[in-house]
Write a protein that binds this ligand. Structure first.
Ligand SMILES: *Cc1c(COP(=O)(O)O)cnc(C)c1O
Length: 357
């Protein structure tokens, strides 16, 4: 028998989420963001699911190369740009486009021959203070890009929001608009939060990530309220059921004490599989559809569960750690993290199973 821990990927949910993005941003082109191994869902797999997108955004050259090797012909954009001159020299032949966010990249680009010309996405730092040129630098960088023979004529103008909330987003949007007012080029600004809440920030291209995977970018609205369906379900089975007595302690460090005589269960799932070790006692899971609570610290391959509310639970029963009936957003809150981190933590770990292909 195989170990029952597995990640189930619902391909139809992915296609429906992309459709939902198109409803939120009907007049925009869509750059589906599939960095970090497609938020832990598997790069090549997800590229197929999102083949109706207009482009893919990835973090680095290695990810772009994996896509080309898998036969993906769609436009690919490097969100952090190229890291070396050697990478830059390979972009044109592979039809990979790149963000330009700092002067060293610009200098390398100016050395590039016209035969290897590439498409550039000029990144402007409008307030997040991560990547991008300062607004004062933008005019000069833009004209240097325009005159570089290794850069194709059309320049994309881009920024990234630190938050989808006021006043921060409005300040960033205003600064972007004033910085780019005299420059020709398509605008690319919004990630999931702004796609849903800020039609005024849609520009020409949108860059959805989280929402494509069926997760809500907001603390106060669920994915289902937004018309999104999680692609990923984390599943396993009960591998042990036993009786424990009042006062007995459970797990490493004995952080949880049985308040009465009770049944406890063990699930084949742990932090080695990507389940968060910091999930608190009380974090929910579903056993045969009934809510049960995590007790004690998750260990590497196993975790323990309070079976008082699942009196019929037995070895071999299905356990859902997160998925369509139990949002990963809720598990993230119980582990003091964000859903992005939990999804990315799945990459290359558990066994993946695809459904609804
Ligand atoms: C990750 C990323 C996105 C997608 O953000 P979500 O919040 O997941 O929608 C968009 N743009 C850039 C530059 C990113 O790094």
């Amino acid at each position: 028998m195989t170990r029952p821990a597995r990640v189930v990927i619902d391909l139809a949910a992915g296609r429906a989420n992309l459709q939902r993005v198109k409803e939120y941003a009907p007049n925009q082109k869509i750059m589906a963001i599939i960095k970090a191994d497609a938020y832990g869902h598997g790069l090549e797999r997800v590229a197929k699911v999102f083949d109706q997108a207009d482009a893919f955004g990835v973090a680095c050259f290695e990810e772009a190369l994996r896509l080309r090797e898998a036969g993906v012909t769609k436009t690919i954009v490097l969100l952090e740009g190229f890291f070396s001159e050697q990478e830059l020299n390979q972009l044109a032949a592979l039809n990979i486009q790149t963000v330009i966010h700092q002067l060293k990249q610009l200098e390398w680009l100016e050395q590039l021959s016209a035969a290897k010309a590439i498409n550039a996405w000029l990144k402007i730092d409008t307030g997040m203070h991560r990547l991008g040129f300062d607004p004062e630098q933008v005019e000069s960088v833009y004209s240097r890009l325009k005159s570089a023979s290794g850069v194709n004529d059309h320049i994309h103008l881009m920024t990234h929001f630190a938050s989808a909330e006021e006043p921060s987003i409005l300040q960033q949007l205003t600064l972007f608009t004033s910085t780019t007012s005299k420059l020709e080029g398509t605008h690319c600004l919004a990630n999931s939060g702004a796609i849903i809440d800020r039609p005024d920030a849609h520009g020409d291209w949108v860059r959805p990530g989280l929402m494509l995977y069926g997760i809500s970018p907001f603390a106060d609205r669920t994915a289902s309220e937004l018309g999104l369906t999680p692609i990923m379900s984390l599943k396993s089975e009960l591998i042990s059921v036993k009786h424990a007595q009042k006062g007995e302690r459970v797990g490493y460090g004995g952080t949880w004490e049985c308040p009465e005589d009770m049944q406890i269960g063990v699930v084949a799932m742990g932090y080695g599989d990507g389940y968060p070790r910091h999930a608190m006692s009380g974090t929910p899971m579903l056993i045969n559809g009934n809510t049960a609570k995590l007790i004690g610290r998750p260990s590497m391959d196993m975790l323990t569960v309070d079976l008082r509310e699942c009196p019929d639970a037995k070895i071999g029963d299905d356990v859902l750690l997160w998925g369509q009936e139990l949002p990963v957003e809720e598990i993230a809150r119980c582990a003091d993290t964000i859903p992005y981190e939990l999804l990315c933590g799945m990459r290359m770990r558990a066994r993946f199973v695809e459904i609804n292909g």
